[in-house]
Ligand binder design. Structure first.
Ligand SMILES: Nc1nc2c([nH]c(=O)n2[C@H]2C[C@H](O)[C@@H](COP(=O)(O)OP(=O)(O)OP(=O)(O)O)O2)c(=O)[nH]1
Length: 145
């Protein structure tokens, strides 16, 4: 029998200025203090995008909308895989209500300044490829002014 992995859904959540939200885990002890993309486990029978909306409401107290899946899937602990969606904030200001003790909105040049969980590093790199305005020379020009 093939074991089906548990899917953990996470958000590359951007604000209107194009900053990416990072969340610092408060538990379990082996992950506490490291940074991740907010999200959580999909429940049996739950569509993944709905799970993501639920997790962001529970963990951050915000309404958000998944916009596009970031291509790829990344292994976590055995039996778990991570999938990421580029996500738009609809309403609310994120707060660390559950699972996290700090949040940071990262400018594009600050993304690698936090201590991401090892398994999140390739997921964050892939998310950046899909970031709003990624590869847009006009946006880079605006940022340099
Ligand atoms: N949310 C999230 N979890 C991650 C990431 N990277 C990573 O290794 N994980 C791990 C931590 C946890 O073992 C698992 C997700 O569990 P969770 O605790 O966030 O999810 P949950 O809210 O559904 O969990 P629970 O408290 O209901 O059990 O995946 C990530 O980027 N985002």
């Amino acid at each position: 029998m093939t074991d089906i992995p548990v899917v953990v859904v996470a958000a590359a959540l951007y604000d209107s200025a194009g900053r990416l939200l990072a969340a610092r885990r408060s538990a379990p002890p082996e992950l506490a203090g490291r940074w991740e993309l907010p999200g959580g486990k999909v429940e049996p029978g739950e569509p993944p995008e709905r799970a993501l909306v639920r997790e962001l409401r529970e963990e951050l107290g915000v309404a958000a909308e998944p916009v596009a899946r970031v291509p790829g899937e990344w292994p976590l602990k055995p039996g778990y895989v991570l999938r990421v969606w580029r996500t738009r904030l609809l309403s609310g200001e994120p707060e660390p209500l559950e699972d996290h003790d700090a949040l940071r909105w990262l400018e594009p040049d600050e993304v690698w300044s936090v201590d991401w969980l090892d398994q999140d590093v390739p997921a964050v790199a892939a998310a950046l490829e899909e970031a709003p305005g990624a590869g847009d020379p006009e946006r880079d020009a605006v940022r340099e002014r």
